[in-house]
Ligand binder design. Structure first.
Ligand SMILES: Cc1cc2nc3c(=O)[nH]c(=O)nc-3n(C[C@H](O)[C@H](O)[C@H](O)COP(=O)(O)OP(=O)(O)OC[C@H]3O[C@@H](n4cnc5c(N)ncnc54)[C@H](O)[C@@H]3O)c2cc1C
Length: 475
């Protein structure tokens, strides 16, 4: 709290206490101020690097609260950030001196098993969605860490274990309820506001607050075949070359990663490799178990692995496989990405060298196998843009100690620069670093779709109320 009259301080001025109290009285959820005991908990996001101090956090209980929050922000001229799961690496879910419209209390999920559709509110996480859908033997393509928010993930695209079988999360979005900048609730689907639905499929959160999503779901599980094979750094090049050949003809039911990392100290990896560079192949086959076992065998037969932990795995467990590597709040993260035109020997050399030079054992270089259903939509069919690259490289700089900030940020940036010659030019905007060179990154990612997005920005948010995702400007 600050200001002469005890009002809440926002970026531009001190808000009148009465206006804030009036806003608070209209909410079903809570309005959290800096003086509240849980303020620090409520403003914390997943990335420990982010330390933003909003003036107010509206913990929305439902769509009516979101409408009130948007109207309040507009009438009082308060900057806005929108929070789904709070996992945006750049901290887009919070802002300094503004209002956070926090949807994380909005946890409703309803599955229609006959229609194979799922309705989920804007604060639902992947794990919460999975639990409800798996009760009916269904799954919606989401990301690979279950604490991530469905909202930000889907609005940015959404890539996970089902990407090659059933596409990105946004490809499975049937409709969305959106509170637009003028405080109206609209439903965007194939017949109503179809342009808005198009924009929400990868265009980010710049067009309004999505209070609920309707997804198409698919029969998956309850068990899937999950492959996990570890190769030593000394044979990383050969392993990655073989991975490249294998990936070119793998069936669409398989989505795989090759991850360059340093071996964790776990019993399954021989102790002499602990802390040394490794390459890990991780893959899920989402079809019948027996076929999964057969079709993943060629991946497991590459080279001479030092560990092979592949086995039938409950889908819910496979979804959680990476969770413990990404603890919230405590770790520091800097993630960027590049779509690769291929996995040439030259690229492999660069990746191996970068992994060996990584200043943190937690950092990884993740080669995402693309293609399949993910690649089928044309470049202008969804806002997401071009999907023709065979691989996405996720550059994950992950570390614990603030004293290592400089070295770890520099490593992430060095990797980003080193891979530029091998990239299509674009990157995946859900891994945006700290949004440095935002305009260029957004232009490269959306390509010709940016013009249409800017026109839609003018239609739905001409004054730029929502600017904490990609900062698309209206034309
Ligand atoms: C540990 C971890 C694992 C990840 N794994 C994957 C993965 O496997 N696949 C993948 O594709 N991505 C992955 N990501 C990236 C992830 O998709 C993005 O970080 C995404 O932004 C997270 O969404 P969120 O709702 O949790 O984030 P938030 O930080 O809450 O929101 C992200 C952005 O979307 C906006 N937004 C959020 N909710 C709404 C809403 N309801 N309406 C309008 N705008 C909204 C916010 O303003 C913000 O700009 C991962 C991220 C993390 C941290």
């Amino acid at each position: 709290m600050a200001g002469d009259r005890g009002g809440v301080r926002v970026a531009t001025r001190t808000l009148d206490d009465e206006a804030v109290r009036d806003f608070e009285s209209r909410l079903r959820g809570r309005l959290v101020r800096p003086s509240d005991a849980d303020y620090d908990r409520v403003r914390a996001v997943w990335n420990g690097m982010i330390d933003k101090r909003p003036a107010l956090v509206a913990r929305c209980a439902g769509t009516a609260d979101v409408i009130e929050a948007v109207r309040f922000a507009r009438s009082e001229g308060v900057p806005v950030a929108v929070r789904g799961g709070g996992h945006n690496v750049a901290g887009g879910a919070v802002c300094d001196d503004g209002l956070v419209i926090d949807l994380s209390p909005m946890k409703g999920v309803r599955v229609d098993p006959d229609a194979r559709t799922v309705w989920a509110q804007g604060g639902v996480t992947i794990g919460e969605l999975d639990r409800e859908t798996q009760a009916f033997g269904l799954a919606v393509p989401m990301g690979v860490v279950t604490e991530t928010g469905v909202a930000g993930l889907t609005l940015g695209g959404g890539l996970g274990w089902l990407r090659r079988a059933y596409g990105a999360s946004c490809d499975n979005l049937l409709s969305a309820d959106v509170v637009t900048a003028d405080g109206r609730l609209v439903t965007a689907d194939a017949t109503h506001e179809p342009d808005l639905l198009w924009a929400l499929k990868g265009g980010g959160g710049d067009f309004g607050v999505v209070t609920a999503f309707d997804f198409r779901a698919h029969p998956v599980g309850p068990e899937v075949y999950f492959a996990l094979v570890v190769h030593p750094g000394a044979r990383a090049r050969e392993a990655l070359q073989d991975f490249r050949e294998w990936a070119a003809t793998a069936p669409d039911e398989i989505s795989a990663f090759a991850i360059l990392w340093h071996a964790p100290e776990i019993d399954e990896i021989p102790p002499e490799y602990h802390g040394t560079p490794i390459v890990v192949f991780v893959a899920m086959h989402c079809g019948p178990l027996a076929r999964g076992e057969v079709e993943l065998r060629p991946l497991r037969e590459i080279g001479l692995p030092i560990a092979d932990l592949s086995q039938p795995t409950p889908y819910l467990e496979a979804q959680r496989f990476f969770d413990e590597d990404y603890p919230p709040h405590v770790m520091r993260y800097y993630w960027k990405s590049r779509y690769l035109t291929g996995l040439s020997d030259e690229v492999i050399d660069v990746l191996v060298e970068l992994n060996e030079a990584s200043p943190s054992p937690h950092s990884t270089l993740d080669v995402w196998q693309l293609g399949g259903a993910f690649a089928r939509p044309g470049a202008t069919e969804t806002a997401f843009g071009d999907r023709s690259a065979p691989f996405l490289l996720g550059i994950e700089s992950n570390w614990e100690n603030p004293a290592d900030d400089e070295a770890c940020l520099a490593w992430g940036r060095r990797a980003y620069t080193a891979l530029e010659p091998f990239s299509t030019g674009g990157g995946y905007l859900n891994f945006p670093g700290m949004y440095e060179e935002r305009d260029r990154m957004v232009r490269d990612a959306f390509g010709p779709n940016l013009t249409r997005l800017a026109e839609l920005k003018r239609r739905y948010d001409p004054d730029g109320l929502f600017r904490h995702t990609h900062g698309i400007r209206p034309v």
